[in-house]
Design a protein around this ligand. Structure first.
Ligand SMILES: Nc1ncnc2c1ncn2[C@@H]1O[C@H](COP(=O)(O)OP(=O)(O)OP(=O)(O)O)[C@@H](O)[C@H]1O
Length: 276
C-alpha cells in the first residue's frame, strides 16, 4: 500500500536489501540484509531479535533514513522515505548526550534545532525530564549522572520531539538488570499513554517478549531476513519482571527460542571465524 491512506503502516520495509562494500575482501559486496518485508502499525510495539552481527542495526538505520537500501523501499505512513525519517526518533545503544551540555540543555537541543523559542523548549524539556523522574536533575552534566539517569535523559531527549515512530537499538543493554527493568517498565508506561509505533532492537528474547505486541526473528547473516513472527498476546499493562513467570510467557519463549537458537549458534560460529 502506498496510497497514503490512514490505514498505511507507520513503518513498512518493502523487500529491503542492504549490501555493503565488504570489509574483509576488497572489491566484494557483503549482503547484510536481504529481501526483508516488515510492517509496524501505528501504535504497535514490535521487537526484532537476532544473533549478534546479523543486521539489526542496519535495519534500524534504514528506517531512520541514515542508510539507503540497495534495493526495496521504506514507507512511512504510506509515503516513500527519502532522506532522514522526520517522523522517527532514535535511541541508540550508547547514549548520544553532549557532555558539555546539562541534562536539560541536552533534552531541549532537538527542539531548538527545530526553531522552537528557548522558553518554550526549556518548559517542554523540563516537563519531559520530570516525566522520566529527573525533574530535579536538569542542571547536572552527563558525567554527574548514573548510567540509568543518562538513559532517562536520552529517553526524554527522544520523546520531547513527539515522534510518531520510535526506533530503539538495544537502548538498555549497558544497564544493570534492576535499572534495566525499571527503564523497560517506564518505557511501557509512556508507550501505553501515547501509543507510538515502536521498533525495538534487542538480542535479549526475554526483553523482547516482555515489551512487545509482536516479536520478529531474524536469521543469522549474511543475507539476514525475518524467519519467524510471533504475536505476544500477554495482557497489558505488564510488569516486565513479573510477566516472565506467566505460563504463556514461558510457552512463547520456548516457541521463539526454538527458531532463534540455531541462528544464534550460526552467528556465533561466524564471529569465531571472523576473529580467527
Ligand atoms: N558500513 C558497513 N560496511 C561494511 N559492513 C558493514 C557495515 N555496517 C555493518 N556491516 C556488516 O553488516 C552486518 C550487520 O551489522 P549490524 O551492525 O546491522 O548487525 P547487528 O545485528 O546490529 O549487530 P549487533 O547485534 O552486534 O549489534 C555485520 O556483519 C557488519 O559487519
Amino acid at each position: 500500500m502506498s496510497d497514503g491512506t490512514p490505514s498505511a503502516a507507520a513503518l513498512e520495509f518493502d523487500r529491503i536489501t542492504v549490501a555493503f562494500r565488504s570489509r574483509d575482501a576488497e572489491g566484494q559486496r557483503y549482503t547484510a540484509v536481504a529481501d526483508t518485508t516488515l510492517r509496524v502499525e501505528a501504535g504497535e510495539f514490535v521487537s526484532v531479535v537476532g544473533p549478534t552481527g546479523c543486521g539489526k542495526s542496519t535495519l534500524l538505520n534504514v528506517a531512520a533514513g541514515l542508510l539507503e537500501p540497495s534495493a526495496g523501499q521504506v514507507r512511512v505512513f504510506g509515503e516513500p522515505l527519502a532522506g532522514i525519517n522526520r517522523r522517527a526518533g532514535y535511541m541508540f545503544q550508547t547514549d548520544a548526550l553532549m557532555p558539555w551540555r546539562s541534562a536539560l540543555d541536552n533534552v531541549m537541543v532537538g527542539l531548538q534545532y527545530r526553531g522552537v523559542p528557548d522558553a518554550g523548549a526549556r518548559a517542554q524539556a523540563q516537563a519531559w525530564l520530570s516525566r522520566v523522574g529527573l525533574g530535579e536533575f536538569g542542571d547536572r552534566y552527563p558525567h554527574q549522572l548514573s548510567g540509568g539517569m543518562r538513559k532517562r535523559t536520552a529517553l526524554a531527549q527522544t520523546l520531547v520531539l513527539d515522534p510518531d515512530i520510535i526506533l530503539m537499538d538495544e537502548p538498555f543493554s549497558a544497564l544493570d538488570i534492576q535499572t534495566r527493568q525499571l527503564m523497560e517498565n517506564e518505557v511501557l508506561e509512556i508507550w501505553a499513554a501515547r501509543k507510538k509505533a515502536v521498533l525495538f532492537i534487542t538480542h535479549d528474547l526475554d526483553e523482547a517478549i516482555a515489551m512487545s505486541d509482536r516479536v520478529v526473528v531474524l536469521s543469522a547473516g549474511p543475507a539476514t531476513r525475518p524467519i519467524g513472527e510471533f504475536v505476544v498476546d500477554l495482557p497489558r499493562p505488564r510488569d516486565v519482571a513479573e510477566v516472565r513467570s506467566q505460563p504463556r510467557f514461558i510457552e512463547l519463549h520456548s516457541r521463539i527460542w526454538a527458531v532463534l537458537r540455531d541462528e544464534v549458534l550460526k552467528g556465533y560460529a561466524q564471529q569465531l571465524k571472523k576473529a580467527a
